[in-house]
Design a protein around this ligand. Sequence first.
Ligand code: GRF
Length: 218
Amino acid sequence: MESLSIGVLASGRGSNFQSIIDAIDSGYLRAKIVLLITDNPNAYAIERARKHGIETLILIPKLSASRNDYYKKISHELKVREVGLVVLAGFMRVVGKPLVDAFRFRIMNIHPALLPSFPGFHGQGQAVDYGVKISGCTVHFVDEGIDTGPIIIQAAVPAFFEDTEDALSERILTLEHRIFPEAIRLFAENRLEVVGRKVKIHNHNPDNSSLVSPQISG
Ligand code: GRF
């Protein structure tokens, strides 16, 4: 069986991108990353791709005639490389319709909050300001909205009164690095089915899952 070809879109440091690279290298995930696309020429993700011999394209949005053109270009680059799954690993833009249409339910995003709470930017800061006691992260398929697509996996962490955005972000990030490769693996194993706005995970044994319940202490 052919292994899954992944295209990654990232704008920044790329720690989630790295967690996927590591999951492949360790044999946890049977897939290959065939392309990194970034909108930011200074993204540290570029360095990570270079170290691992992953082709990189720097596509600057303002060099495209329109937002639609930008996403048409991205979708073209992914299609010519026969990408089966597009992974948004800290891609700091709302994906345009041409890309969503071309890869419907084949684009995954990681969001640092328990959706549908706190979508958009600074999910962790929003959670801190709101005073929630539990937060976490969500891997979901991408649709036209902002962090609104069908949810694949979530994991939870405690949030504390003293938390700053940075402190909570760090706690959440550890789990991001766990559940993103897990969700991609479920996709690679063909075990995800979108039913309406829900995602059914086939042959799912919750006892073996890294769906994490919060360790409430302190
Ligand atoms: C992560 O917190 C992710 O949840 C959000 O953007 C951040 C990207 O971090 N979408 P990194 O670039 O993967 O380190």
